[in-house]
Ligand binder design. Structure first.
Ligand code: CTP
Length: 472
């Protein structure tokens, strides 16, 4: 595996290496930067670890850059940050960390590069690039991170229990990286997640939500949500979504597994939109199903009113995950509530006013609602699939016809009777109506654009045909 660096990255790293040599502290580029450079992914920041004082190294580096960049110092964490051109560079001294079992606040002690690599989350994130003269550019890879990148596997450097109890968020990070990168999780590491899943409870909801968002923004989020479920984490962090899983069979009648259906809908939406809130709506669109599920001897399984129930469940879920409680919440709630509306309007006998009401109530979110609804068709029966899709095409056509008809009904030409009377000095009369109609027809026939200046000229012309002249 090789990596290529941008010329400004090489200049910066060589400069950091020289400054570190001046201070007598070995320095390395580490972590996600090394991983992403080897994968050829874009990177925005570089983490530098030195075996010594990271803040002192940051200042030395800044002194050698003109104009001298500002160094932001976070003395509580022993870190410092500066910007070099478009790169954000963070400096820290190598650490050996130990965590208390009931808290996330680490006790930090200075350590060696090896200590620092030992305390990192995954082998692919535990590689370092040497910045020393003589070994510049060499990769220090004690845990076979390169091999695991090639094998596309997420694995903890130490025994999984140690890595995950040091920082339980790493269980979610493992699943998030697997989803983002399309990697698998090493079986022993995955067993560790299952074993330590309850430790996720000590992690702040904000950090959990950030990982969920990264999973949602991946090309195929179903991978991550399946892993979260199989690990038992989803049941803890979003029990409403986990409750969708399962099939019940009564009197030979089974309903579909709403969890796997939901994930199919979510992946379908992701093929059509990058909007993270539309993706949230897809994940949550059926959460009202488990609490509204009923078995009826005649009708079989029903989920009446699940869209309303689901919409009611969205705000507490957002609150719990510390997601925004502003118009984004309202948007997700609205889509969950309306997700059955378009399908109910795909029949021919539906009236224009029902179509108009949908357009009005969905407002600016109509296109997103249609994406969600079309993505909701997950039938494996090709005949049914084409019937549903045809229904949607028909509805879309109806919607544009209704919109067009309404637009025309509301449309008023720019030339009013008032203007005509004022221009020609007329009182209300037949001529006013004749000129007004002629101008309107010219616009409707596309002879002139629907604009004031052109319409005015046409009005004057039409007046002239009737022997009238503008009075001023
Ligand atoms: N790290 C860790 N445990 C964590 C978070 C981070 O060991 N819970 C280490 C990893 O070595 C990681 C590095 O710190 O590579 C930088 O962390 P961060 O910037 O959060 O993540 P990246 O790996 O760079 O990836 P991303 O930006 O996608 O989160």
């Amino acid at each position: 595996m090789i990596f290529t660096l941008e010329p400004n990255e090489i200049r910066l790293l060589e400069h950091v290496g020289r400054c570190a040599a001046e201070l007598g502290v070995p320095a390395y580029a580490v972590g996600g930067y090394v991983r992403d450079r080897l994968l050829g992914r874009p990177t925005k920041d570089i983490d530098i670890v030195c075996v010594g004082d990271g803040i002192q190294l940051a200042n030395q580096v800044a002194n050698g850059i003109s104009p001298r960049p500002k160094v932001a110092v976070y003395s509580r964490f022993g870190t410092a940050m500066l910007h070099y051109e478009n790169i954000e560079v963070e400096f820290v001294g190598a650490r050996r960390e130990s965590y208390q079992s009931d808290s996330r606040k680490p006790d930090v002690e200075l350590g060696t590069l090896e200590d620092d690599q030992n305390r990192r989350d995954f082998t692919i994130n535990a590689m370092a690039i040497s910045l020393q003269e003589g070994s510049f550019g060499q990769i220090v890879d004690p845990f076979d991170g390169m091999k695991h990148l090639e094998e596309r596997v997420i694995k903890t450097p130490l025994e999984p229990g140690k890595t995950f109890s040091d920082d339980p968020l790493r269980m979610m990070r493992a699943i998030r990286f697997a989803t983002q990168l399309g990697f698998s999780i090493d079986p022993e590491t995955f067993s560790g997640i299952k074993e330590y899943k309850n430790r996720i409870n000590i992690i702040s909801k904000e950090r959990i939500a950030t990982e969920l968002e990264k999973i949602l923004l991946s090309p195929k989020p179903s991978v991550g949500f399946n892993l979260l479920f199989d690990a038992g984490l989803l049941q803890i962090i979003m029990p409403e979504v986990a409750a969708l899983q399962g099939v019940e069979d009564r009197q030979g009648r089974a309903h579909k597994d709403n969890f796997y259906h939901t994930l199919e809908v979510l992946d379908n939406v992701c093929k059509k939109s990058n909007n993270v809130w539309l993706r949230w709506a897809a994940l949550l669109h059926d959460i009202g199903k488990p609490p509204t599920k009923k078995f009826d001897k005649e009708a079989g399984w029903t989920f009446h009113g699940h869209e309303w129930k689901g919409a009611i469940m969205v705000p507490p879920l957002f609150r719990n995950l510390r997601l925004p409680l502003d118009q984004k919440l309202e948007y997700v709630k609205k889509l969950v509530m309306m997700h059955l509306r378009p399908i109910s309007l795909t029949r021919e006998e539906v009236t224009d006013s029902a179509v108009r009401r949908l357009i009005f109530e969905a407002g600016e979110d109509l296109d997103d609602l249609m994406i969600l609804c079309e993505s909701d068709i997950t039938t494996k029966n090709p005949k049914k699939m084409s019937r549903y899709l045809e229904g949607y095409e028909y509805l879309k056509e109806r919607m544009s016809l209704v919109t067009e008809a309404d637009r025309l009904r509301l449309w008023q030409p720019p030339i009013t009777g008032e203007i005509i009377m004022k221009t020609f000095g007329l009182s209300p009369s037949k001529e006013v109506g004749v000129i007004k109609t002629a101008v309107r027809e010219a616009i409707l026939d596309g002879e002139i654009p629907n604009e004031m200046a052109e319409a005015f000229n046409r009005m004057v012309e039409e007046g002239r045909k009737l022997g009238l002249k503008p009075i001023a």
